[in-house]
Ligand binder design. Structure first.
Ligand SMILES: *Cc1c(COP(=O)(O)O)cnc(C)c1O
Length: 445
């Protein structure tokens, strides 16, 4: 109570003295002790819960359940969703899958990526991007990241291309957009397909075009944490009708789309069953009604947060390429530089921030690629595909120092923290200013 009164009289006093309101936040924060040192936490209420649902979801899930039409062949929800998502993104074709990983596996498979091929990929991604390549007994070739945007460095792609390269797989990590102009140019020059991993980038745009429609194909995830959730789920976009039919067959045990369900024709491809259920399709159609509104709120809040964090020394919010006309903000990412925080280690900074009531994490850790991949490929099948020499040379070809540095400096906020009121951003900045003001004391504690 007295804390609140003090604060209020401080605000009144400074306002009366004609001191700018902007000074109130930092000055007041400096007066408080960090929560980790026994002070009052900046924020006591939780951030908005995710996923969001209401009677729209309840109704449609119950109706689907009662209809008994749980499989896409019997119902209409998945078909409807594919149409709606294609319309929304401007893609000619959309194939829904049961997950983002399987969307990637199907896209790679339909494009003919197979044993012994190499696929160029960013190391700063969720492991599924890599495991999808490995499912085809293809070798992921890591190209280092651009330290400012955290995306694959397009200037380093060409040097990684060999006669085994079969595709380029950029990831729009965090919902920010990889440099598609440069990536598509190098792909065109070498006649390589581009598979966009847009699993974190629903509604993001490159020069006004939705991502996932700029490359040969684009893959999305609807796993529950993603910006468009259905528990599990995924989709593949393409403007190439022939490729779409191959992708369809790959995700449906080689079966071509048929009118009569027992008049199967088979496409000559490898395949599996990656079909989306009607429950997922029904959920997605309901979730899509909120997609644009939340995308807008995230964008407004993220831009405002960047303006606040830019004033704190030692924080470098992620930058966007000039062609990125919309960021999906699946993650709000920035670099934390300990030197300007009295050398307070990043993990201690995260601890202090979490204690202030601001949930945050350090993001991806560098995967021990050298041991992980070599051990994963130490099978009879893989040894038939890759020579010992190729596997020995692999780590040398995939040195990624910028990626490793970023893994030690990154700080992430999740997308649900960006869907509340603008004042939530003020609290995030206030908590960080408080930690900055007391970094020396936190270091000693
Ligand atoms: C989530 C994600 C995937 C995998 O999607 P799932 O639906 O979880 O299988 C792939 N790539 C990236 C970048 C992701 O974030």
């Amino acid at each position: 109570m007295s804390d609140l009164l003090n604060r209020r009289s401080f605000v009144t006093a400074t306002a009366a003295a004609g001191v700018g309101a902007a000074l109130v936040g930092p000055a007041a924060a400096a007066a408080d002790k960090p929560a980790l040192l026994g002070g009052k936490r900046t924020r006591s209420q939780s951030f908005p819960a995710w996923p969001v649902m209401d009677t729209r979801e309840e109704k449609v899930i119950l109706a689907t359940l009662r209809s008994g039409k749980w499989y896409r062949g019997g119902g209409q929800h998945v078909d409807k969703f594919e149409e709606a998502y294609a319309r929304l993104t401007g893609a000619k074709c959309c194939i829904a899958t049961n997950g983002g990983t399987t969307a990637l596996v199907a896209a790679l498979g339909a494009l003919g990526i197979g044993p012994g091929d190499e696929v160029i990929v960013t190391p700063y991604t969720f492991i599924a991007t890599v495991t999808a390549i490995m499912m085809h007994y293809a070798l992921p070739i890591f190209v280092d990241i651009d330290p400012e945007t955290f995306q694959i460095d397009p200037a380093k792609i060409e040097a990684a291309i060999t006669d085994r390269t079969a595709a380029i797989l950029p990831v729009h990590i965090g919902g920010n957009v990889a440099n598609l102009d440069a990536i598509l140019a190098v792909a065109k020059k070498h006649n390589l397909p581009v598979i966009e991993d847009a699993c974190q980038a629903h509604m993001a745009e490159w020069r006004g075009r939705k991502v996932g429609t700029c490359g040969t194909t684009g893959c999305f995830s609807f796993q529950v944490t993603k910006n468009l959730p259905s528990g599990e789920g995924g989709a593949i976009l393409t403007n190439d009708h022939a490729l779409a039919e191959k992708i369809y067959a790959f995700h449906c045990n080689c079966r071509a789309r048929t009118v009569s369900s027992y008049n199967f024709t088979y496409m000559p491809t490898r395949a599996a069953n990656f079909r989306m259920t009607e429950f997922q399709g029904a959920l997605l159609n309901a979730q899509m009604t909120r997609l644009e509104q939340y995308a807008r709120t995230r964008d407004e809040n993220a831009k405002y947060l960047t303006s606040l964090l830019g004033d704190i020394p030692g924080l470098c919010p992620v930058k966007m390429y000039e062609g990125c006309t919309r960021n999906a903000w699946h993650l709000y990412m920035f670099r934390y530089q300990a030197d300007t925080f009295a050398k307070l280690p990043r993990d201690r900074f995260l601890q202090a921030l979490n204690a202030e009531g601001i949930p945050s994490g350090g993001g991806y850790t560098p995967v021990p690629w050298e041991t992980f991949l070599k051990e994963s490929f130490a099978t009879r099948g893989a040894r038939r595909v890759f020579s010992e020499e190729a596997l020995d040379r692999w780590p040398e070809r995939c040195r990624v120092p910028e990626h490793q540095k970023l893994c030690h400096e990154a700080v992430w906020f999740t997308q649900n923290m960006l869907i509340g009121p603008r004042s939530d951003m003020d609290q995030i900045a206030e908590a960080i200013r408080k930690i900055h003001a007391h970094a020396g004391a936190l270091l000693k504690s």
